[in-house]
Design a protein around this ligand. Structure first.
Ligand code: BGC
Length: 720
C-alpha cells in the first residue's frame, strides 16, 4: 500500500527530482566549506543541483552535524523531501561489540540481537537512519579479510544470526526512533571469491548457491530487512549489480523483496571493468533494468538517467518505481513527520557508551571467546599467580576490529590494564610489535618471563589486517611472533596464548607450543575485561567456532558440511594403504579445529537422548530430548549441536548439516534435559531442477558438542 503522501509527492516530482532520490553521495559532498562549488562535486562533474536533489548520503553522523546538514538540505528541497543518512554500523557504533564472526561464535542469537539493538540505539541517536548491515555472506576462505564481517561458514547458523541482527537493528516494524533500517549485504555470494582474493570472480553453480549461500539472505529478507545491497562480484557469469536473473527473478520475485536495493560503492561503474558495459551510460541502463534503486557513488544515474528517460518510457517507469520505493523507506523511517527523528545532543549523550551498553558488549565478548586448547587445566588461572604478559596485543587498544569507525582504540582499555584489576602479580614485557620484534628486547622479555610462574602471550594481527581489502595468502602468525612464542615455550612454564584475529589462522604451531589457547577475536570496547574474566575463571569461555580452522593454508577451502566423494576416506589406518582416495599425501583431511568446536571449564556429556518419534512428517517435526550433565566441580556452559544427514538424495548431500543448537549453562554436577526441534521444511534441499523440497527416505541425526560428533540415530521422513 502506497500512502497518500507518497502518491502526492510522486505526482508533484519532476523526473529530475525522482532521479535525485536514486543518487547517494558520500559525506565529503555535504561537509566542509564551499562544498557546493568546489571539491567532490567538481571532481564528479556534477552541478549544485545534484547535491540538493541527492536522496541519500553515506558516512555522516553525530546529532549536531546531521541536524545541520538536514536543515540546510531541506532549505534547498523544493518539496521538502528529507535526506536519508546511511552508514556502516556493523558491530557497534560508539560502544563496540566483538566483530560479527565472534558474534557468530556466541551461538546465541540473543547476543547478536542485543549487539544490533544497542548499535541501532546509539547510532539512531547519532542521526543514522540506515545501516549497511548485516553482512550475511557465507564464508569458507580465511584468506578473504571480510570473513570477520560474516557469522561464518554455515547456512543455518548464518540464517539464525541474520534474522537476529535484522530484528535487533529494526525492532518490530514500524520503526521507532531508537531503531534503524537494516541493509542486508552483499547480494550475492560475495563471500566466495576465487582464491580468497578481494573482489575476485565468484563462480558457483546455481544449485550450490541456492543450497548454501542464499538461505541467510532469504532469512534476513523474511525478517523484513528494508534494504539489500548488491555485491561487487560476478555470479553466474554476470556482475551481481546488473544481474537481472539474480535481482529480478530471485530477489524480487522469489524472495518477494519489496524494499530498496542499493549498489555497493561504485559497483555500477565497475561493470565497465568487468567488461559487461561499454561505458557508464550502458552501466546505468543495465543496473536500472536489474532493479538497482540507489547508485552509491558511481554517478552513473546522476549523469545518464535523465537523457535515457526522455528517450525510453520503460526507463522512466523504472525510475518511478525506484523513487517510490525510496520515498516509502523515508516514510517508514518517519522522516516526513520529523526529518530529524528526535535528534538532540542530550539524547545522543544519554544513549551512547552507557554502562548498560558497555556491559552488554562485555557479555557478548565473554560469550564469543573460544577456548581451543587447555592442557592439564592450565586455565583458569589463580588470581595470585605471577604472570608475565607479553606480545604485541598485550597493551594496546587495537582490539576493536575493522568497521568500528566511531570506536576509539585510544580510549579502549587494554588487556594489560584489564588484567591488572584482577591479577595482583603480573608484569608486562615490552618490545614486541605485530611484524617486528626487537631481538634484544625479545630476549629481555623471555628472560624476565623466566622469573614468573605463568606466561600469557597475546598474539595476533592489527585491525587493519582484516576487513575489506585485506586478502592474504599466508594465514600463519607473523614470523616474529612465532619466534617469540618459541622462545617463551623453551622456558617450560605454563604458556597461555591469546589470539586476537578477525579470521581463522593456521594455529598449528601455536597449538603445539602452548598449553592453553584462547581465541578472543577482536573482542570490542570491553574485550580486555572479558579476557580477564575468562582467564580468572569468573566466566566460562562459551564461544564455538563458526568457521573451520585449517591445519595449513593448503587445506582451504575447508568446511564441515562438505560432500562425500566417490572415494571417501574412512578415518581408519586402512586409508594409508589405499593411495587412490580423496586425500592429501602431505596432510590430513581433518582441520586443526572443526566447526562448532570450543572447550569449556565444565565437563559435559550427553547422558541420554531420544527421538520423540522416528518418523518425521510435515506435521511432526524431528524432536529430540537430550539430557546434559556437567560433571565438573564448577559451573560451565556448552553448546549442544544437532546435525542431520540424508542417506540418499536426488543430488549429493552434505556429510552433516547443522539443524539446531542450544547453549546450556549448568552448575557443578548439574543435569538438564533439553528439547531440540527441526521442522520438516528445514530438512529440504535443492534438487537438480533448482527447486527446494524435503525428500522422503532415511536420514540420520547426530548430536554432540561440535561438528565431528558421531553419536547418531536413524529416522525417516514421510510426506504425511
Ligand atoms: C563495502 C560495503 C560498504 C560500503 C559503504 C563498500 O566498500 O563493500 O560493505 O557498506 O563500502 O561504506
Amino acid at each position: 500500500m502506497v500512502s497518500k503522501n507518497v502518491q502526492d509527492l510522486m505526482e508533484k516530482m519532476t523526473i529530475q527530482e525522482k532521479i535525485g532520490q536514486l543518487i547517494q553521495l558520500s559525506a565529503d559532498f555535504f561537509q566542509g566549506d564551499n562544498v557546493a562549488i568546489t571539491g567532490p562535486l567538481k571532481e564528479a562533474h556534477l552541478g549544485e543541483a545534484a547535491l540538493y536533489s541527492a536522496g541519500s548520503v553515506l558516512g555522516i553522523s553525530g546529532a549536531q552535524t546531521v541536524r545541520k546538514v538536514q536543515k540546510n538540505y531541506l532549505k534547498h528541497s523544493r518539496l521538502g523531501i528529507p535526506l536519508l543518512f546511511m552508514a556502516d554500523v556493523v558491530h557497534g557504533y560508539k560502544t563496540i561489540f566483538p566483530i560479527p564472526l565472534a558474534l557468530g561464535a556466541s551461538f546465541d542469537p540473543q547476543v547478536m540481537k542485543t549487539a544490533s539493538a544497542t548499535a541501532a540505539k546509539e547510532s539512531a541517536a547519532g542521526g543514522v537512519h540506515v545501516t549497511f548491515a548485516p553482512m550475511v555472506d557465507l564464508v569458507r576462505d580465511p584468506r578473504w579479510g571480510r570473513v570477520m564481517e560474516s557469522t561464518g561458514e554455515d547456512p543455518y547458523l548464518n540464517s539464525v544470526m541474520a534474522k537476529a541482527a535484522v530484528t535487533g537493528f529494526q525492532g518490530t516494524l514500524p520503526l521507532d526512533q531508537n531503531h534503524i533500517a537494516a541493509c542486508v549485504k552483499h547480494f550475492a555470494a560475495y563471500g566466495a571469491p576465487e582464491a580468497g582474493r578481494e573482489y575476485n570472480t565468484v563462480d558457483i553453480s546455481e544449485w550450490r548457491f541456492r543450497e548454501q549461500y542464499l538461505p541467510a539472505y532469504a532469512a534476513a529478507i523474511e525478517a523484513q530487512a528494508l534494504l539489500v545491497m548488491t555485491s561487487f562480484n560476478t555470479l553466474f557469469g554476470v556482475p551481481a549489480t546488473v544481474n537481472q536473473h539474480l535481482m529480478r527473478d530471485i530477489l524480487r520475485d522469489e524472495l518477494q523483496f519489496h524494499g530498496v536495493l542499493i549498489s555497493d560503492w561504485d559497483a555500477i561503474g565497475e561493470i565497465i571493468h568487468h567488461g559487461v558495459a561499454g561505458d557508464l551510460q550502458h552501466a546505468a541502463d543495465l543496473a536500472l533494468k536489474a532493479g538497482v534503486d540507489i547508485d552509491m557513488m558511481s554517478f552513473a544515474y546522476a549523469k545518464y538517467l535523465a537523457k535515457a528517460a526522455s528517450l525510453d518510457p520503460q526507463i522512466e517507469q523504472l525510475i518511478n518505481e525506484s523513487a517510490q520505493r525510496i520515498l516509502i523507506l523515508k516514510e517508514q523511517l518517519g522522516l516526513f513527520t520529523d526529518p530529524y527523528r528526535g535528534l538532540s545532543t542530550e539524547r545522543e549523550t544519554e544513549a551512547t557508551l552507557t554502562t548498560e551498553n558497555l556491559d552488554a558488549a562485555q557479555a557478548a565478548a565473554e560469550q564469543s571467546m573460544v577456548l581451543l586448547k587447555n592442557s592439564h587445566h592450565t586455565l583458569p588461572l589463580n588470581t595470585a599467580t605471577a604472570i608475565s604478559l607479553v606480545g604485541p596485543v598485550a597493551d594496546t587498544g587495537d582490539i576493536l576490529g575493522s568497521w568500528s569507525w566511531q570506536g576509539d582504540p585510544d580510549q579502549t582499555e587494554t588487556i594489560a590494564d584489564a588484567l591488572a584489576k584482577q591479577f595482583s602479580n603480573f608484569t608486562v614485557m615490552p618490545g614486541t610489535q605485530y611484524h617486528h620484534v626487537q631481538f634484544s628486547k625479545l630476549n629481555d622479555a623471555v628472560n624476565a618471563s623466566r622469573q614468573q610462574e605463568t606466561i600469557v602471550a597475546v598474539l595476533g594481527l592489527p585491525a587493519s589486517e582484516s576487513g575489506e581489502a585485506t586478502s592474504m595468502t599466508d594465514i600463519t602468525l607473523p614470523a616474529e611472533q612465532l619466534t617469540l612464542l618459541r622462545g617463551l615455550a623453551q622456558l617450560n612454564k605454563p604458556l597461555v596464548t591469546i589470539v586476537i584475529t578477525g579470521r581463522p589462522l593456521d594455529l598449528t604451531e601455536v597449538d603445539a607450543l602452548s598449553d592453553a589457547v584462547l581465541l578472543a577475536w577482536f573482542p570490542g570496547s570491553r574485550g580486555g575485561a572479558a579476557i580477564a574474566n575468562v582467564l580468572s575463571g569468573r566466566v566460562d569461555p562459551s564461544g564455538r567456532l563458526p568457521m573451520t580452522f585449517p591445519r595449513n593454508i593448503g587445506q582451504v577451502p575447508i568446511y564441515y558440511n562438505a560432500y562425500n566423494t566417490g572415494r571417501p576416506i574412512s578415518g581408519t589406518p586402512a586409508d594409508d594403504e589405499n593411495k587412490y582416495l580423496s586425500k592429501y599425501i602431505d596432510a590430513a583431511n581433518s582441520p586443526l579445529y572443526p566447526f562448532g568446536f570450543g572447550l569449556s571449564y565444565g565437563d559435559f556429556t550427553i547422558t541420554d537422548w531420544t527421538l520423540s518419534q522416528h518418523n518425521v512428517t510435515p506435521d511432526q517435526p524431528l524432536t529430540i530430548q537430550a539430557t546434559i550433565h556437567n560433571s565438573a566441580d564448577h559451573a560451565g556452559t556448552t553448546v549442544v549441536q544437532l546435525y542431520t544427514h540424508q542417506q540418499v538424495g536426488e543430488t549429493v548431500q552434505p556429510v552433516k548439516q547443522l539443524q539446531a543448537f542450544k547453549k546450556v549453562s549448568l552448575g557443578a554436577d548439574q543435569t538438564q534435559t533439553i528439547t531440540l526441534t527441526v521442522p520438516y521444511d528445514q530438512l529440504s534441499t535443492i534438487h537438480s531442477d533448482l527447486h527446494r523440497s524435503t525428500d522422503q527416505g532415511d536420514y540420520t541425526v547426530m548430536l554432540g558438542f561440535d561438528s565431528t560428533c558421531t553419536a547418531s540415530q536413524p529416522f525417516t521422513v514421510a510426506h504425511q
